[in-house]
Design a binder for this molecule. Sequence first.
Ligand SMILES: [Zn+2]
Length: 127
Amino acid sequence: MPKRKTTWECGHSGQGKFCHRCEQVRIEALRAEEARLAKKQAKLKDDVVDLSVLPESHQITARDIIRRIEKGVHWSRCGGRRLRKNQTYVVFELGLRWRLIGTDKKEKFEFLQACSHQEYNTILGSH
Ligand SMILES: [Zn+2]
């Protein structure tokens, strides 16, 4: 009996119960997505503070700020400003909605938290 060729909904044709070409594309896309997520997780694990709350573009900005400060650049040169209400806190604005908070200890700059603008108001508003 000759093998029958099927044409699937995707327009490809071949033998078997489903389109192996599309299946291959789907598997590759899944693998790429898994790799992307794994890379993202690895980065998050390395961060000194949890940046997972931030949108990805702001995570990149926050990491850049952290990296520069760790290299010895002063926070005021990385967009940080002292909080007027409580001078021990330094805040970095990440767009309109996100903030990275740190504290300027004499020996070392310490990052405390990344949060939304609303959370930031709640956290520091009471001080
Ligand atoms: Zn196909």
